[in-house]
Design a protein around this ligand. Structure first.
Ligand code: NAP
Ligand code: ZN
Ligand code: ZN
Length: 357
């Protein structure tokens, strides 16, 4: 008999290269180790980062790639030393499945900024070189420390996008201590933007949504925006100079940042979470003249992800979603590129045929 650790067979949909559509793919996770949780995946949100990486827009993509980092599922089995989870629990996995756990960032609960290198849920490698595989699949094996509890009170499909879109907007709003009395702008009403509107409103801010899509105005107001600005008009920024304390930019494509910088008050901050392929042009005078800050923020740590999920459970907050079958994923990517998302696609993994096709 072999002493080799058994593997966990898995199947899902993968990109085989930057230019091929996603298609069925068989692969293997590691066997369930003592500290591991194996999850049967029920739902996986579709993040624009999945598209960027599947098409190698950030460079360095690892193929074949099974994308997906907004995972909700049921615990199928646990390793011998797992304390916090049991078979049948409803759990989530976000953008990370590992970090060094000893550096300053990890010690502070910011595993996403790990000095030793965060291990991302897909398109990444463990220290031993093994590739990671995302949630467009039937199962995932994850170390207990990177598994989240999904509270009762949120529909599991609507909870899935909280694992990335939720925490990515939650984290900067919390870090910059946004609350009542603040004028906040959210740029872009997609997966991240619609969660940004919900959270900024829940924290008590006055929320303005900036959109290129006139058809999203009514939805933006229903989601919690106090005002909506359509940025197709070249003069949209003129009445808004020095109005905002904080602007969160979630846009996935190249666009002009300078108009938004001009809309910040003195000492105001604009935080980028969107990751377009090409670098922007910034006029330093806009920052210098009013001590404005331009910053960035990446997802959120495990502790704050759990805090965000618990807050959503208590306040009945979930993403607004359109559920799709796995074989609609390539069409969903094309719709995402046209900003035709209301407001997150979520794959129902029950549509994944057991044969892997
Ligand atoms: P999404 O659902 O596709 O939404 C992006 C929105 O940006 C669109 O719905 C659209 O909103 C707006 N937009 C698109 N093209 C535009 C253009 N040319 N000019 C102006 N606005 C445009 O994407 P997402 O999943 O929310 O992700 C957004 C970005 O954040 C992506 O780049 C993604 O990779 C990145 N991201 C970053 C992190 C992080 O940790 N920092 C985490 C997750 C995702 P309107 O129709 O309202 O204009
Ligand atoms: Zn994401
Ligand atoms: Zn670390």
């Amino acid at each position: 008999m072999s002493n080799a650790t058994p593997v966990t067979p898995a199947f899902g949909w993968a990109a085989q290269s930057a230019t091929t559509p996603l298609a069925p793919h068989r692969f293997e996770h590691r066997g369930v180790g003592a500290g591991d949780v194996q999850i049967e995946i029920l739902f996986c949100g579709v993040c624009h980062s999945d598209l960027h990486q599947a098409r190698n827009e950030w460079g360095g993509s690892i193929y074949p790639m099974v994308p997906g980092h907004e995972i909700v599922g049921r615990v199928a089995s646990v390793g011998a030393s797992v304390q916090r989870f049991a078979k049948g629990d409803l759990v989530g996995v976000g953008c990370m499945v590992g970090s060094c756990r000893t550096c300053g960032s990890c010690a502070e609960g910011h595993e996403q900024y790990c000095e030793g290198g965060t291990v991302f849920t897909y398109n990444s490698r463990y220290p031993d070189g093994a590739p990671t595989w995302g949630g467009y699949a039937n199962t995932i094996v994850v170390a207990e420390d990177f598994v989240l509890k999904v509270p009762a009170g949120i529909d599991p499909a609507r909870a899935a996008p909280l694992l990335c879109a939720g925490v990515t907007t939650w984290s900067p709003l919390r870090h910059w201590e946004i609350g009542a009395g603040h004028k906040v702008g959210i740029v872009g009403l997609g997966g991240l933007g619609h969660m940004g509107v919900k959270f900024a409103k829940a924290f008590g801010a006055h929320v303005t949504l900036f959109t290129t899509s006139p058809g999203k105005v009514a939805d933006a107001k229903a989601l919690g925006a106090d005002e909506v600005v359509i940025t197709r008009d070249p003069d949209w920024m003129k009445p808004l100079a020095r109005r905002f304390d904080f602007i969160l930019d979630t846009v996935s494509a190249e666009h002009d940042l300078n108009a938004y910088l001009g809309a910040l008050k003195s000492d105001g901050a604009m935080v980028l979470v969107g990751l377009p392929e090409n670098p922007p042009t910034i006029y330093p005078g806009l920052l210098v003249s009013r001590r404005r800050t331009l910053a960035g923020s990446m997802i959120g740590g495990i502790k704050e992800t759990q805090e965000m999920l618990d807050f959503c459970g208590q306040h009945g907050i979930g993403a607004d979603i359109e559920t799709i079958a796995i074989d609609q994923i390539n069409a969903a990517y094309e719709r995402m590129l046209k900003s035709d998302v209301k407001y997150r696609f979520v794959i129902d993994l029950a549509t994944l045929a057991p044969s892997g096709s």
